[in-house]
Design a protein around this ligand. Structure first.
Ligand code: FES
Ligand code: ZN
Ligand code: ZN
Length: 318
């Protein structure tokens, strides 16, 4: 197996490009693909202040590393979700990555700062854990960007993530979500710009990238994601990709090229929704009280005595 660029020994095959690469040229491919996505979707300006949403997993650490290589000044932001040992470990990976490279990592913690964690909060609010988690992360990332005056929030979503989300949205004809599939959501109504530079890379690519760059990341998946529909969509797409290399790319980018604009009118901004500051926290919201404040209220009111116990227990964890 030879590298398609230098003809030296290859260490990885990238079937959707029908090519093999040596370590040096695979790393270059990853950087080039991120650069291409950034340019193609006008994601970032050279002087943008960038905040990377960091989980301690391969994708968020890879995108933080690649942004640095591409010359963007990017800080990281980590949210402690209180998911037992998983959260403790993921925070450790994020902090070590930042410390070893002299990067700035801001840390928020749901329990410490807002009085609930994902397991208890989702139970009390009768929401699926991933739904309470996603809502909390989006809110806290937006708030951190406003607080720190960052221009853009970068996330590590890759092609597998985006194709799986698209598949779920198509299967259920979620037209409002289909209007928001672009890897660049511009700043609007007080929400910062959100971009996904890894959208041209797969999970396998980012795992190989981290290995070759010596980036230590949390391999375990979140224990609360078991049964999450996106995992089954990813598995189905992987089956298709195995027989038709490039199918995921064609599915996702074909949608963006040929169909996404048909759903633009279905998004909140253009469907006549009025956005005003949440009366509790000031975040932009389509309701008087934003979804995060309502979640926090239900999560902390429902079990006031339990919460006190949970807090003490959580603090005494090693
Ligand atoms: Fe959010 Fe698992 S990381 S529920
Ligand atoms: Zn090579
Ligand atoms: Zn609020």
């Amino acid at each position: 197996m030879k590298c398609q660029v230098c003809r030296g020994p290859a260490i990885i095959d990238v079937r959707r490009h029908n090519a093999n690469f040596c370590p040096e040229h695979f790393l270059r491919l990853c950087r080039d693909q991120a650069r291409k996505a950034i340019d193609e979707f006008s994601m970032l300006a050279p002087d943008d202040r960038v905040l990377v949403a960091v989980s301690g997993g391969k994708d968020s650490l890879a995108v933080w590393d690649i942004l640095g290589q591409l010359g963007f000044a990017a800080d990281g932001f980590y949210v402690g979700l209180g998911i037992g040992g998983y959260s403790d470990q993921s925070r450790g990976y994020a902090e070590r990555f930042a410390a070893e490279r002299g990067l700035t990592l801001h840390v928020d913690d749901l329990l410490r700062d807002h009085g609930f964690d994902v397991p208890n909060g989702s139970r009390a609010a009768k929401r699926a854990p991933c739904s309470a988690c996603g809502l909390s992360k989006r809110h806290l990332f937006d708030e951190a960007a406003r607080r720190g005056e960052y221009d853009a929030i970068v996330t590590g979503h890759n092609l597998d993530d985006e194709a799986a989300v698209l598949m779920g949205n198509v299967l259920h004809w979620q037209t409002d979500y289909l209007g928001r599939q672009s890897p660049h959501l511009p700043a609007a109504n007080g929400f910062p710009k959100k971009v996904k530079p890894l959208v041209r890379l797969t999970e396998r690519d980012t795992a190989a990238y981290c290995l070759l760059r010596g980036i230590d990341y949390l391999v375990d998946e979140c224990p609360m994601a078991v049964g999450n529909k996106h995992l089954s969509y990813k598995a189905a797409l992987n089956d298709i990709e195995r027989d038709s290399p490039g199918a995921k790319h064609a599915f996702f980018f074909g949608f963006l090229d040929r169909a996404a604009d048909r759903f633009a009118d279905s998004t909140g901004e253009t469907a006549g929704v009025t956005i005003s500051p949440c009366t509790r926290c000031g975040a932009p919201s389509s309701n008087e009280i934003c979804a995060f404040c309502r979640l926090a209220e239900r999560a902390t009111e429902a079990v006031p005595i339990e919460l006190g116990r949970t807090r003490r227990r959580a603090r005494s964890r090693p």
